[in-house]
Write a protein that binds this ligand. Structure first.
Ligand SMILES: [Zn+2]
Ligand SMILES: [Zn+2]
Length: 329
């Protein structure tokens, strides 16, 4: 008799999922969403699971860096009026309200969130995730019966997971489908396609478009609005919203977007109150952290995460009109 269990544990700063079964060996791997998965025998202890992660650390980090490069860029949403969220494929504009006792609600194309909740990123994040979860649940109620009929299981159970990092969809023999809350952002047809894919049914929407959309879903990272900066440029002391001094090391070239160290022409740029590129890195989710021989891509909330300016220049072009880096399409 196979007995399978699943539990999560912390190894250092990382959450690891331990699957036990009747296998005899212990191994660690990374799934497509960047989760560290340890598989081992039924009596595997947390310490044993932690040890195998420790032993394979270098390899896991390399895999993780690769995945971070190719999977969701995990854009961060700012909790400010006018921020755009996507609900069922359509844009919804965040509006902070003065209500004190309500949760996030979707009102047409307006996503209302109490201002008071928006002052606490983790609470707001949970609130928004719950909203997406209930939107996805409603969708399932309306659509799953019909899909279930295609596999002769009209009562196929399904529930929405509010965990951050989990698979998009998993199918369990008795519990049915577990669906990631973030899928409430997909257009209806694509969510249906993803479920069809999971159930081995025929294709009904462009699979490449679906994969592209999955890479761009918001996965819950929120940030408080950056407080207005008023400090002068730390190098040349230019006041905010004025030109840097001619020889400033921080100034970037208005023509190329690179550091303006060897320019001798009229390409001076303005001190915005932030280091060049920081705002763009935050918008696109480009972060990295130091490792013994360099840097590796990471998530915004990882310890020691910093802005990944190299990636910014690798993946973006300098937009002269906007005076900022824009993603290369
Ligand atoms: Zn300056
Ligand atoms: Zn220049």
């Amino acid at each position: 008799m196979t007995s399978r269990t699943e539990r999560t544990l912390r190894v250092g700063n990382t959450t690891v999922t331990l699957h036990t079964s009747d296998r005899t060996t212990l191994d660690a791997n990374i799934d497509a969403n960047g989760n560290i998965i340890v598989r081992g025998p039924g009596d595997t202890t947390d310490d044993e699971a932690g040890d195998v992660v420790g032993r394979r650390r270098a390899w896991l980090y390399r895999r993780l860096a690769k995945i971070t490069d190719s999977t969701p860029t995990n854009p961060i949403k700012k909790l400010v009026d006018g921020e755009t969220f996507v609900v069922r494929g359509r844009p919804a504009t965040l509006q902070l309200t003065d209500e004190t006792d309500t949760k996030a609600v979707l009102d047409g194309a307006i996503l209302k969130l109490p201002r008071i909740a928006a002052t606490k990123p983790h609470k707001a994040q949970q609130d928004l995730i719950n909203l997406y979860s209930s939107i996805t649940q409603t969708w399932l109620k309306e659509n799953l019966g019909q899909i279930g009929q295609l596999i002769a299981e009209p009562d196929l159970p399904a529930h929405v997971s509010t965990r951050f990092r989990t698979n998009w969809i998993t199918r369990h023999p008795t519990r049915g489908l577990t669906i990631h809350w973030a899928l409430g952002q997909l257009p209806s047809l694509q969510l249906r396609e993803l479920i069809h894919r999971t159930l081995d049914l025929h294709t009904i929407a462009d699979p490449h478009q679906l994969d592209a959309n999955l890479r761009n879903l918001w996965l819950g990272n929120t940030a408080l609005p950056t407080p207005p900066h008023s400090a002068p440029c730390p190098d040349c002391a230019a006041p905010i919203n004025t030109f840097h001094a001619e020889a400033c090391d921080i100034a970037r070239c208005a023509r190329t977007g690179y550091q303006r160290d060897s320019c001798h022409s009229d390409c001076n740029s303005i001190w915005t109150g932030r280091l060049p590129g920081e705002a763009e890195c935050e918008e696109y989710g480009f972060y990295c952290r130091p490792i013994p021989n360099g840097y590796e891509p990471c998530n915004a909330d990882d310890p020691r995460a910093g802005h990944d300016f190299n990636r910014l220049h690798r993946d973006c072009n300098w937009d002269i009109a906007a005076q900022r880096m824009t993603l290369r399409i």
